[in-house]
Ligand binder design. Sequence first.
Ligand code: HEC
Length: 144
Amino acid sequence: MKQAGFFGAAGLVALAGYFWFADADQSAPQITGDTASGTALAEVILPATLSEQAQMGKLAYDAQCASCHGVNAVGQAGVAPPLVHIIYEPNHHGDESFQRAVGQGVQAHHWPFGNMPPVAGLTRADVAMIVAYVRDLQRANGIY
Ligand code: HEC
C-alpha cells in the first residue's frame, strides 16, 4: 500500500494551518478574541536593553513561565494571559502578586484559561528577578 508522506493530505492540512496561524499572528490586534490554542494574545515591543536583574529574570522566566505565558510574555490563547497587559500594571498587580502567583498558584479569575498551578523550585529572589524582567517588558510597552 502506498504511504502518504509528510506532503500527503494530512501534511498539507498541517502546513495550511501553520501559515494561517503565522498570518493571524502578524495581523493580531493588541488582544484578539482568537481562541486558537497557542496564538499570541499581545504584540510586545522589546526593550532596547534589560537591566542586569531583568536579564537573569528572563532566564528563569523562559525556563518556568514561557511555556504558558509565552516567549516575551505575549500570552497564549487557550493557555495563559500575556503578562504585558494593562491588567498586570504595577498598581493593579504589584510585585507581591507575582510572588503569590508563583508560590500559591492562581485561581482563574481574569481569563477563561483555568487555574495557574504553583511553580516549584523558585526562591523569592528568583521571582523578584522575573518581576524585574516583566516590568522592563511592560515599560517598553507603555505599561507602568
Ligand atoms: C501551567 C501554565 C502556567 C505557568 C507555567 C505559569 N502561569 Fe502564570 N498564570 C497562568 C494562568 C492560566 C493565569 C491566569 C489566571 C486568571 O484567570 O486570572 C496566570 C496568571 C498569572 C499572574 C496573575 C496573578 C493574579 O493575581 O491575577 C501572574 C503574576 C503570573 N501568572 C505569573 C507567572 C510567573 C511569574 C510564572 C513563572 C514562574 C507563571 N506565571 C507560570 C498559567 C501559568
